[in-house]
Design a binder for this molecule. Structure first.
Ligand SMILES: [Fe+2]
Ligand SMILES: [Fe+2]
Length: 256
């Protein structure tokens, strides 16, 4: 049983969004598998390692949410989220090459790592801190796998620096605007009785998220990890990375 007060809206929204997104990873795998058809080692890893670890994240976070906010009907909320989310996840939306898709996955793994570290720093519940720490360690391993895959395919694809930079920026925006917004939608609708806090609109949630991030988000580490796959010796490209890091930070804090 968690020791976190359940009157804390930020943690309810954040943890439930995480539990939804992590629990829907089978949809990602269905989409990614045909894309990585040419690489059987990656296909096996997605199915036998990545899928199982992400599903475990979803399961553990769901247990945490159900223990801490028992009046929220997780299953019905998750069903609404799935109905909204699955049609959005079509293979055509993926990047146009294996190397670039692997790069886009690096963004998602970086974000998960850093968001989990941020919430772990904000929370005062040892159970939640421990859970998020464990999850972020897995996400770093996933990042490394996708980074190696990107670098392997980069040798053949030889994508331009600006093309790769565009993928990083674009994916950073998508995660916030699409995935998180969809996962938020059912969160005020499936309470049995009244919630133990005054409910928030999505806009208020984003404002609070930005405030929490200002204090707890590891921006420097996030920058290093996010732009690591673009490692470059060119001075102009290094400068571009600095500018992009500022843009990404501003995207995150847009609603503050
Ligand atoms: Fe995960
Ligand atoms: Fe992951």
């Amino acid at each position: 049983m968690s020791t976190q007060s359940n009157t804390e809206p930020f943690l309810f929204y954040a943890c439930t969004i995480i539990s939804f997104l992590e629990s829907r990873v089978d949809t990602y795998v269905d989409n990614l598998t045909p894309f990585f058809q040419c690489d059987s080692a990656t296909k096996d890893w997605l199915k036998n390692v990545w899928l199982l670890e992400e599903q475990e994240h979803g399961r553990l976070m769901r247990i945490y949410v159900e223990d801490t906010w028992p009046a929220f009907d997780w299953s019905r909320g998750f069903k609404e989220f799935s109905d909204l989310y699955i049609p959005q996840c079509v293979t055509e939306k993926l990047r146009c090459s294996v190397g670039l898709e692997a790069l886009a996955r690096c963004v998602t793994e970086t974000q998960a790592t850093m968001i989990y570290r941020c919430i772990a720093s904000y929370s005062n519940d040892p159970l939640l801190k421990e859970l998020l720490k464990r999850m972020s360690t897995d996400e770093v391993r996933h990042f490394k796998q996708f980074k190696d895959l990107h670098q392997k395919y980069e040798l053949e694809e030889n994508n331009r620096f600006l093309r790769k930079a565009g993928i990083l920026l674009n994916r950073s925006e998508l995660v916030r605007d699409e995935d998180i917004a969809l996962a938020f939608q059912p969160l005020n609708n499936y309470w049995v009785g009244s919630p133990p806090f005054k409910v928030w609109s999505y806009r208020i949630f984003l404002e609070h998220t930005a405030q929490v991030m200002r204090v707890h988000f590891p921006f420097e580490e996030a920058k290093r990890m996010l732009f690591h796959p673009l490692r470059t010796e060119k001075r102009l490209n290094k400068l571009l990375i600095e500018i992009m890091a500022k843009l990404v930070a501003r995207q995150f804090l847009k609603y503050a």
